[in-house]
Design a protein around this ligand. Structure first.
Ligand SMILES: Cc1ncc(COP(=O)(O)O)c(C=O)c1O
Length: 483
């Protein structure tokens, strides 16, 4: 196989370049079904790449259904061009820039999903809210087609709350969406043109890697969130269409922007006349420290759109989030929403409104804060206790995620199958990388697990990682002198 274009200087990680090039060869029919790919070691040698790079590319090809690995025999092409009928593979070719995280098979202990624990759902309170809505005289109206901007009583409630907290001005409007994910997608559809770029954090949650369809410019995330100096440099030389930034407990790192960073980002964006999409999906889940003003609050020029959601604090399956921003933009978002799916289910919104105004949401949030604090503390303790020396991890004050960096030469993606075999799952860093892949990084989503499972899971991970480190260090020992 011929791979002239793999470049060590590119911003695109090597494994992704290799994945894309092999995928094109398969989809175009250059590599045909049944053909055997070179062994990872062989191809790594041929291309002067690390074997783990080739394995990572093969793993993605397999996740895409393009190849299949057979134990002891190698990897074979299974997808690709068909000779007859519609050539779906080539029609869909442009869609695949960032492979989505795999849906991992269930394991007894999974740190893979950044979502609340179903075991903490207050089902009786939720049923009571449903019953109250079902008993209402206006149920028929709720069940009718409604406004694309959302169920009006909930929309009004959220807007009033936002105004009370100085998160919305008189010039702002609010549109309810199918979660924050849809708000990001709709704003992208309204604002992006072919060839546009968008500034995002690197690493960033996977929903943004594939969700926007724009060229992404990644700004590294440090312990205090997106690195502002880098953002300023990028804004000096590029003209991104907008910036997406997480103010609180960023997914996947858990980082929170300091007040100074918030001010500097608002200032830099204003200077460059670039809008900010402030993604505050996790802001309700602060377990310690003082809340900070939102970027939206600090921006008095109307350049910021705030995205929030019920997904993390209550029920992600109901798919209710919202965007607050300047009226002209939100009018267009409302139209895009109507074109996409008419509106978000009003029954879910009516139930959530009842859940909120009855005080049940606040009661549930208090419980989530207590459980979240315990789970985060258990995670940080267990990281300290079990992870091998040289491992670093973030120390968030809220949210659902801790970002772990294993010492070299450990590769989190390579070690995942071993962890899964022992009943523990996590997501390796590669699924969050924009252009800076850190092989040793992984995300621990702790919110879905009780503290004892967090500790058992990390004990298992710690043993696997330490064992591998030991093996690797033995491999590095200089050979004894031949005497
Ligand atoms: C940072 C971030 N933004 C958006 C979303 C999507 O949220 P929603 O369920 O509101 O669509 C998630 C979900 O994991 C997330 O982590």
């Amino acid at each position: 196989m011929d791979f002239h274009q793999i470049s060590h200087d590119s911003e695109v990680p090597l494994y992704r370049q290799l994945f894309e090039q092999i995928a094109v060869k398969i989809r175009s029919g250059d590599l045909s079904k049944g053909e055997r790919l070179p062994a990872t070691r062989e191809l790594a040698g041929l291309l002067g790449l690390n074997r783990t790079t080739v394995s990572a590319a093969y793993e993605m090809l397999e996740a895409e259904g393009l190849i299949s690995g057979q134990v002891g025999r190698g990897s074979f092409v299974t997808g690709g061009a068909d000779n007859e009928g519609v050539d779906w593979a080539s029609l869909l070719e442009r869609a695949e820039a960032h492979p989505a995280p795999p849906s991992l098979p269930p394991t007894p202990i999974s740190f893979a999903m950044s979502r609340p624990s179903g075991a903490l759902f207050p089902l009786d309170d939720f049923r009571a809210s449903c019953e109250a809505v079902l008993a209402r005289n206006d149920l028929a109206t709720i069940l009718q087609l409604g406004s694309p901007a959302g169920y009006e009583p909930l929309r009004r409630y959220l807007l009033d709350e936002a105004r009370r907290q100085h998160l919305a001005t008189a010039n702002d409007e609010l549109v309810i969406t199918n979660g924050c994910q849809q708000a990001l997608n709709l704003i992208g559809r309204v604002l992006l043109r072919p060839g546009d770029s968008v500034v995002v954090e690197d690493p960033i949650f996977a929903g943004l890697l594939s969700g926007l369809g724009a060229q992404l410019i990644g700004i590294p995330v440090g312990s205090e969130g997106l690195e502002v100096a880098q953002l300023e440099r990028v804004l000096e030389r590029e003209r991104p269409r907008f910036i997406v930034v997480s103010s609180n407990f960023q997914n996947p790192t858990g980082a929170t922007l300091t007040l100074a960073a918030r001010r500097a980002i608002v200032e830099a964006a204003r200077g460059a006349r670039v809008p900010i999409l402030e993604n505050d999906t996790y802001g309700d889940l602060r377990y310690s420290g003082e809340p900070l003003p939102a970027l939206k609050q600090l921006d008095d020029c109307g350049g910021t759109v705030l995205l929030r959601s019920f997904s993390k604090v209550s029920f992600p399956g109901l798919r209710v989030g919202w965007a607050i921003g300047p009226k002209p933009l939100m009018d267009r978002v409302r139209q895009a929403k109507q074109a996409a799916d008419l509106h978000t289910d009003h029954l879910s919104q009516a139930v959530l409104l009842e859940f909120a105004v009855s005080g049940r949401l606040e009661k549930h949030r208090a419980r989530m804060l207590q459980a979240g604090a315990e789970r985060l503390a258990a995670t940080l303790d267990a990281c300290r206790q079990y992870l091998p020396p040289g491992t670093h991890w973030t120390r968030p004050e809220g949210g659902m995620n801790v970002w772990v960096r294993l010492p070299e030469p450990l590769d989190a993606a390579e070690l995942l199958p071993r962890a899964q075999k022992e009943g523990v799952a996590y997501l390796p860093g590669r699924y969050f990388a924009v252009s800076r892949h850190e092989p040793g990084a992984l995300r621990l989503s702790f919110a879905g697990l009780p503290p004892d499972e967090i500790r058992s899971g990390l004990a298992i991970l710690g043993r696997i990682f330490a064992g591998e480190l030991e093996t690797a260090s033995r491999g590095f020992e200089p050979a004894p002198a031949m005497v």
